[in-house]
Ligand binder design. Structure first.
Ligand SMILES: [Zn+2]
Length: 364
């Protein structure tokens, strides 16, 4: 055995892996979208597994309340206020110095995702909002690259692997003509829910084991994909709730055939083209950013959002808007939220910070 590979001996023993699979891993690039709870578990495992290059994008800084589940970070990162992508890079270099890590501190949006994803063989989801998931899925389908979805909140989690149906030949077809393409994220969830309807970890809580199971599942899927074991990739939506002891594998393999997906069937990339999702505008001289949905989101339940935010700061509302002050160690943010989902985040002139506050406290 090649000495360079000796540290990977235990996984190379596996069927479908071997020295060949290990070399494939070493030549591969993984794009990690977000490096919070899911992302830090995934980054740790991918680096230990010997992936050649990890591109990590995250817009946030390490905070004390992250440490309960974000396993790559420690109290020094909190004290230093280190961006997560950079803290992750530093930690991963100590875990496996042969892995190249590119750390990007930025907000992922339709203007930059294609550039950041350049050269990536698979996208692993560590995101905190659904809008960017549609965006990642659009790019995955458009460029025929796999996307491994994962999400965890409260005591629940979900995960799913996308091997996109392409416009031409399927990269996921074997010599015998079996095609292992799967439905895409939008086949499963065609329409984005209205802002403020999804629970977030910041308002509803989360336990670390739910995150750990989902992220471990995602990495297992990524390893199958990167070693070209497409026949082993799950064709079910993993759905679990640790508090009620439910572990379900929902059969969704025929969602592509049965549905009429705008993304993978009609090749309409609404999020990547900037026709769907939200836009951010800095309000000059007001230390504020306005976030607006390009398509009418409609029907935001101001009362429900107000109830969730009461644990986090001062909340006032009337028939036309909600105003909440969120106190964080680094700054206070004032959120003004309107019934169409539009929001003004005061306390920053950085769109990435505003999007983060919105994703964490309103939910999008
Ligand atoms: Zn689809």
């Amino acid at each position: 055995m090649n000495d360079d590979l000796s540290r990977y001996h235990r996984q190379m023993l596996l069927p479908g892996f071997g020295e060949d699979g290990q070399r494939r891993l070493r030549q591969s690039t993984v794009l990690l979208l977000g490096c919070g709870a899911l992302g830090s578990v995934a980054a740790d495992l991918l680096a230990r597994a010997g992936v050649g290059h990890l591109i990590i994008i995250d817009r946030d800084f390490v905070e004390l309340t992250n440490l309960q589940r974000q396993v790559l970070y420690d109290e020094n990162d909190v004290a230093d206020g280190t961006p997560k992508a950079q803290a992750a890079k530093r930690k991963l270099a100590m875990i496996n110095s042969s892995v190249q890590v590119t750390a990007i501190v930025d907000d992922i949006n339709h203007t930059n995702i294609e550039r950041y994803a350049n050269g990536a063989d698979v996208f692993v989801d560590g995101l905190d909002n659904i809008e960017t998931r549609y965006l990642a899925n659009d790019l995955a389908v458009k460029s025929a690259r796999p996307y491994v979805y994962g999400a965890a909140v409260g005591t629940t989690g979900m995960a799913f692997s996308v091997l996109p149906h392409g416009a031409g030949d399927s990269p996921w077809e074997n010599a015998a003509g079996d095609n292992f393409a799967t439905p895409c994220f939008r086949c499963l969830f065609e329409d984005a829910p209205a802002p403020g309807t999804l629970a977030t970890c910041d308002t509803s809580g989360v336990i670390a084991p739910a995150v750990g199971i989902v992220a471990n599942f995602q990495v297992s899927e990524a390893l199958k994909i990167l070693t070209a074991n497409y026949d082993r990739v799950s064709r079910s939506l993993l759905n679990l709730d640790l508090w009620s002891n439910e572990l379900m594998q929902l059969k969704v393999g025929d969602a592509y055939e049965k549905g009429d997906c705008p993304c993978c069937k009609h090749r309409q990339f609404d999020f990547l083209d900037g026709k769907a999702g939200s836009s951010a505008a800095v309000l000059c001289g007001r230390n504020a950013v306005q976030l607006r949905h390009r398509q009418q989101a409609g029907g935001i339940d101001i009362d429900a959002v107000a109830k969730r935010l009461r644990d986090h700061g001062e909340v006032s509302k009337n028939d036309f808007m909600l105003r909440a002050t969120i106190s964080k160690p680094d700054a206070n943010y004032e959120i003004s939220l309107f019934p169409d989902g539009r929001a003004i985040i005061k306390g920053t002139d950085d769109p990435a910070v505003a999007r983060s506050v919105y994703a964490r406290f309103i939910g999008a």
